[in-house]
Write a protein that binds this ligand. Structure first.
Ligand code: 5GP
Ligand code: ZN
Length: 164
């Protein structure tokens, strides 16, 4: 990989202290020193588990740049780095869910929010009338390469079927 590869940047988070600082997680040392610290450490561990190995979590955290085109409370949408059509936007959940199935199992209405975001993007991009394609590659055999749920919004050209 070259130095400019986005997967190499930024450097990994190496300590709980840094995670606590970045996410403004503060142990409640005044009230309950032990419990407060344990809670804060658990929160840091959750963040750490996500941020050290997930590209899209890093985009949500603004640690890796992306061209953001739409945002809601629980979703973020940005242009695919390797577009397969004139419009190729990825709608992701801000929280980490491995794939579409995990999204369906997760918070009430989250999948709906992703779908609504995709519809808004299609309209903004001017492809809603002519037609566009929504794709959740789910699992390695289906071509999923980033295991943080994302909905591909593809449009702006004729799309063949079957997709291959
Ligand atoms: P999948 O193959 O998992 O369905 O889709 C992953 C998508 O993420 C691919 O279309 C790929 O081009 C895109 N992608 C991978 N790394 C990055 C990145 O760093 N930034 C952006 N914007 N897209 C990425
Ligand atoms: Zn993630």
């Amino acid at each position: 990989m070259t130095q400019s590869c986005p997967r190499r940047w930024p450097r990994p988070i190496v300590s709980y202290a840094e995670v606590l600082h970045r996410h403004n997680i503060r142990p409640n040392l005044c009230l309950q020193p032990a419990t407060g610290y344990r809670l804060a450490t658990a929160a840091a561990a959750r963040v750490l588990a996500v941020e050290t190995d997930c590209l899209f979590c890093k985009i949500v955290a603004k640690e890796i740049p992306a061209e953001i085109v739409h945002e809601t409370d629980r979703t973020l949408a940005f242009r695919d780095i390797n577009p397969q059509a004139p419009t190729h936007v990825l709608v992701i959940t801000k929280g980490h869910h491995a794939d579409a199935g995990a999204v369906a199992d997760a918070d009430e209405g989250l999948a709906d929010e992703m779908l609504k975001a995709a519809r808004t993007i299609a309209r903004k991009e001017g492809v809603a009338e002519e037609g566009y394609r929504l794709v959740f590659n789910t699992g390695a055999a289906a071509g999923q390469t980033v295991f943080h749920a994302h909905l591909h919004v593809l449009g702006g050209r004729d799309l063949r079927w079957p997709p291959g």
